[in-house]
Ligand binder design. Structure first.
Ligand SMILES: [Zn+2]
Length: 70
């Protein structure tokens, strides 16, 4: 087993009204941010087992982690 793989759930503004970025994001499920853009992270958790990041969980092994093949 190996460690948790942390992901951050974030909010990214898509503008007001009918915007090109909202249109594109809705259609493709993707949005590219310019480098250096600050985004708001709502929550940090493991992408595999969904445990929340905290002082205890970050040191534990992930029960759902795939063994890394060499
Ligand atoms: Zn995990």
């Amino acid at each position: 087993m190996s460690g948790h793989e942390w992901v951050g759930a974030a909010l990214v503004g898509m503008g007001v009204g009918q915007t090109r970025r909202a249109e594109h994001a809705a259609r493709t499920g993707r949005h590219v941010l310019p480098a250096g853009t600050r985004i708001e992270v709502l929550e940090v958790y493991c992408g595999s087992c969904h445990v929340r990041y905290d002082a205890r969980s970050h040191a534990q092994q992930c029960p759902r982690a795939m063994p890394r093949s060499a």
